[in-house]
Design a protein. Structure first.
Lengths: 369, 400, 212
């Protein structure tokens, strides 16, 4: 028995368990369900029913069995590699995308820390910088896939995706500089904890979206571009270059790309929530219960934690829904328009945001200290 | 932006890339093939290659009777089949010099305009989808479904309508059709408004289509453009006003005209034409006179069954029309109707027998596809698709 | 006689029937062309309201240039270009042009009779660029060559197609020989810079392909 407790107290084992629970339990599940929900939500927007045919005997489950059906189909599909393709790179390219999509979850907290136990896999003090450094490797996924496919459409898609992802990573980082300035650190737990504070005496939570609204908009746009979602899905052209960089992929490899994309959606939703919407914070929920205007509703600790996890999940799902809704609403940018939007409009805005934030903080410190 | 497209790249010893927007492509309506030479993403040269849907309409028409050609005409512009039916039959009626009753003419106008709406809805919906707004496409298709149901009420089929006959129509507008028409037009307008609200003022959509694929007015005329493409460049030429046929001179409608001649203008012209068509239909329904749906000319119309079975003249007339086809006097006639795409002309030559000597379709989108390379060179790869979508190339009509 | 030679007639040659009525006054456009080009206008009619003239093949380009540029004609829109095969009759083919003016409200049909041996007419591509593809199609369907057209490759038919299908002596049910599968590798042979007119694996269509 003590062995089990010793194991559980070992931070490495804890990290592994957290990975299993968060990544396998929540992220993979949500990502997979999101593939179905995209089709269902898109059909709701488009006035149709969506997939509802996969069945086990008479039970259809309103389309949920399509997840299993898709998985089975992908596994059994022939794994085609084009004739003159670079086989090694063709094989490993999807995993760059998957890796980049999943590594985001290393630092996302899902609930407030209890004592010294943190509900995040790791809390490195460079926090977000680590994540953005590693997700840059996601560019390789698209590029290597396109290049190794020996197909001109794929190369066009790969070229576009390189330029797009590299450019928008810059704006991603720049738009967050304001957030880091306001919070004074890049450590994730600090940023989330700061969003638990309130203005005007415990009424309005200090969420990132209120302190840095412009940064939120830019961050969201840049995340859409990073994930190559509409309106920024020129690398995946669809009507122009058919599927762009993953044109020649089929079966399980294609599923890997699709899964990477949906996990990236969940991941970017989680990042947005963590940075701008308080992460796991529920408004007016403190460690000992709800507290507003002096009224206190006491709650045991595990209820508070459960509420926080629930709040986190709800917020993440809301942003996934928003990303999917945007896809089915707006048309697609042309590639040079994406570049123009980024470099001519977002860069000045990001710099302006930094400047205004800096000035504001200095003024605040100067006059209110 | 214009000037930047023609900047020469630095000479790295690179070579241009040739891609084929090949016959199988999600955005080549039907099947067309474009071979493009790219410099980065800018198109330097482009060549169009068609002929994947050539089915030999003219050869078939020469080997069959005048009436039997009508089902073939459905399959020409298969998103507006009734306009093809009407066009062909008008040309043959010109040869015969038969008088079509006014009710049949009004019915033809109503059905033609319904077909025109379906054509434009398809074209604009597909344009929107190719630019990325897939929702709008599905909403327009939903609207189009209402119209197909109307067509099905009257003709029995959604696409293979085969409804007009020489001298009239196959059947009259059925009972209850006009009420259904009213209801469905309201729903079409709703879907149209919703779709427009989503994309028409959307900056992304406008940026994708504005100033893309511009062809000046003079060049368009030299290329033989007619229809919405020519109207988008600013020429108010509409066959329904210039050479009125059927009863268009008694109906009031306006001709939407663009200014620049880019893809956005074409999109807007088609949108407005849908609304004008709805206006025409409503006006025609008001003015619909009672009467017969077919002229009773025995040269072209089979007699009633009572006569066929009870009189020898009826039997012989019926037999001759079925076996040898109606026989127009020798001559030639060209009649053009305003199709969804432009001037759809039928040139029929007769030598007095039941088979046409020549039955030529003048396809409106032939000229447009021939002009696509000229319109696209200098733009980006991503612009091929909006340009090609704005043309409304229908494979059946292009290649017959 | 000017009327009959332009109209397609019934196969049985009806001799001149009793006292033909006096030929009506030719319409103004026809009169204009007759004044300008005199005996190059072979015939005319205005059956069913479609004004039609037949002109001689030689010098047809001048006639078309006149039709396009003269402000009284002003035919800026070339509507259609096709050919008709009247097989037992000579001249066998007739190339038919439909023209329309956007400024003056009139249309015209121009017919150019062409005989069966070495059927050739001038190309009007420099006048109306629209004629480019129409002439290609007419050439592949009938075998009529258009002098001066730079690229008379088949448009609608695939390469390997033998014959001219819209001719009356081409039976509708004729089977074409099967075209062998072209090897894929050839397609990626970019030895030289891309030549847009001649695709690597399409044999050049020569104009000797006239007699079927």
């Amino acid at each position: 028995m003590t062995l089990v407790i010793d194991l559980l107290l070992n931070p490495t084992i804890q990290a592994i368990l957290k990975i299993l629970v968060i990544v396998l339990g929540f992220v993979m599940l949500t990502g997979t369900v999101l593939t179905l929900m995209e089709r269902k939500w898109s059909s709701a927007v488009q006035d149709r029913i969506g997939p509802n045919r996969a069945n086990l005997g008479r039970w259809r489950g309103r389309g949920t069995l399509h997840l299993a059906a898709d998985a089975v189909k992908s596994i059994f599909k022939e794994d085609t590699i084009p004739q003159d393709a670079d086989r090694l790179i063709f094989a490993i390219a999807p995993f760059f995308s998957l890796f980049a999509a999943m590594v985001v979850w290393a630092i996302i907290p899902v609930a407030a820390p209890i004592g010294s136990f943190r509900f995040q896999i790791t809390d490195v003090n460079i926090g977000f910088l680590l994540v953005f450094a590693v997700t840059s490797l996601g560019v390789y996924g698209a590029v290597l896939a396109g290049w190794s496919s020996n197909n001109k459409y794929a190369i066009l898609g790969a070229t576009r995706s390189t330029a797009q992802m590299l450019s928008y990573e810059i704006f991603l980082g720049l738009s967050l500089v304001g957030v880091f300035m306001v919070n004074g650190s890049v450590t994730v737990s600090t940023i989330v904890a700061n969003q638990g504070q309130y203005w005007f005496g415990d009424v309005i939570p200090k969420w990132g979206v209120f302190t840095q609204p412009l940064a939120f908009l830019m961050f969201f746009t840049a995340m859409l571009a990073e994930m190559k979602r509409l309106p920024f899905d020129a690398p995946e052209g669809e009507s122009e270059i058919i599927a762009g960089y993953f044109l020649e992929y089929s079966g399980m490899r294609w599923s890997a790309f699709m899964l990477a994309e949906y996990i990236a959606i969940v991941g970017s939703a989680a990042l947005t929530v963590t940075l701008f919407f308080g992460g796991y914070q529920v408004p007016w929920l403190h460690g000992d219960g709800f507290e507003l205007f002096g009224y206190l509703l006491p709650l045991p600790l595990f209820i508070v934690t459960a509420l926080q996890i629930l709040a986190f999940v709800v917020k993440v799902v809301f942003f996934c829904w928003l990303v999917i809704l945007i896809r089915w609403t707006v048309p697609r940018f042309r590639f040079d328009q994406i570049m123009e939007l980024g470099w001519k409009k977002m860069l000045p805005l990001a710099l302006a945001n930094m400047l205004i934030t800096a000035v504001w903080l200095l003024a605040w410190d100067h006059w209110h200290l | 932006m214009e000037s930047q497209r023609h900047l020469k790249p630095l000479d790295f010893g690179s070579e241009p890339m040739t891609i084929e927007l090949g016959p199988q492509h999600p955005a080549m309506h039907g099947i067309t093939r474009f071979r493009c030479q790219l410099d980065g993403e800018v198109i330097e040269k482009m060549e169009a290659d068609i002929g994947y849907l050539h089915r030999g309409f003219e050869k078939e028409a020469e080997n069959t009777t005048y009436i039997n050609v009508i089902p073939y005409t459905d399959r020409l512009n298969y998103v507006s089949p009734l306009i093809n039916n009407v066009g062909y039959v008008l040309a043959v009626e010109k040869l015969f010099q038969v008088e079509v009753p006014r009710r049949a003419q009004y019915a033809r106008v109503i059905m033609s305009e319904i077909s025109r709406i379906t054509d434009h809805l398809t074209c604009n919906g597909a344009s929107a989808m190719e630019v990325g707004a897939m929702t709008v496409f599905l909403w327009f298709i939903k609207a189009r479904e209402h119209l197909w149901e109307l067509v099905e009420e009257v003709t029995g089929a959604r696409l293979t309508t085969n409804w007009t006959r020489i001298g009239g129509n196959a059947n009259d507008l059925p009972y209850g059709f006009l009420t259904m028409l009213d209801e469905r037009l309201v729903k079409v307008e709703e879907a149209l408004n919703e779709g427009e609200a989503l994309i028409l003022r959307n900056k992304i959509f406008i940026d994708r289509l504005k100033d893309i694929g511009i062809l000046s007015r003079e060049r368009a005329i030299e290329h033989g453009f007619t229809g919405p493409m020519l109207r988008a460049t600013g020429v108010p030429y509409d066959l329904r006003r210039a050479d009125p046929y059927l009863v268009y001179d008694e109906l009031d409608f306006e001709i939407p005209v663009g200014t620049v001649g880019d893809c956005f203008d074409r999109f807007l012209v088609r949108q407005e034409e849908i609304r004008q068509s709805i206006r025409i239909i409503r006006h025609a329904v008001e003015k619909l006179p009672p009467g017969d749906f077919h002229c009773r000319d025995r040269r072209v119309w089979m007699p009633d069954k009572y006569e066929v079975f009870n009189s020898i003249e009826g039997l012989i007339d019926h037999f001759k029309i079925v076996m040898e086809g109606p026989k127009p006097p020798p001559g030639e006639a060209y009649h053009a109707v305003e199709g969804g795409n432009g001037e759809l002309g039928f040139y029929v030559v007769s030598d007095g027998s039941g088979h046409p000597v020549k039955c030529r379709v003048r396809p409106p989108c032939f000229n447009y596809v021939a002009a696509v390379p000229e319109m696209t060179v200098g733009h980006y790869v991503a612009d091929i698709v909006p340009i090609f979508g704005s043309i409304n190339m229908i494979g059946g009509e292009l290649e017959r | 006689m000017s009327e009959d030679s332009a109209k397609p007639s019934a196969p049985e040659t009806a001799p001149d029937a009793p006292a033909a009525p006096p030929a009506p006054e030719p319409p103004p456009l026809t009169r204009l062309l007759q004044e300008q080009f005199g005996e190059r206008v072979l015939g005319h009619h205005a059956q069913h309201g479609d004004e039609t003239v037949s002109i001689r093949r030689e010098g047809m380009r001048d006639v078309f240039a006149f039709l396009k540029r003269d402000p009284r004609c002003a035919f800026d829109l070339m509507i259609d270009l096709t050919a008709v095969d009247y097989l037992p009759r000579t001249p066998r083919f007739e190339v038919v042009y439909h023209l329309k003016s956007l400024t003056v409200p009139h249309r015209l049909r121009v017919k150019v009779p062409v005989e069966a041996q070495a059927p050739e007419v001038d190309s009007i591509r420099e006048l109306w660029i629209a004629a480019d593809w129409y002439e290609r199609e007419c050439h592949e369907m009938y075998g009529i060559s258009f002098k001066g057209h730079p690229n008379l490759k088949p448009l609608l038919l695939y390469d390997g197609f033998e014959g001219h299908p819209l001719r009356k002596d081409y039976p509708k049910g004729r089977q074409q020989p099967l075209v062998p599968m072209r090897p894929v590798k050839e397609r990626y042979d970019y030895g030289e810079r891309f030549q847009p007119v001649e695709h690597p694996h399409t044999p050049a269509v020569t104009l000797e392909r006239q007699e079927s």
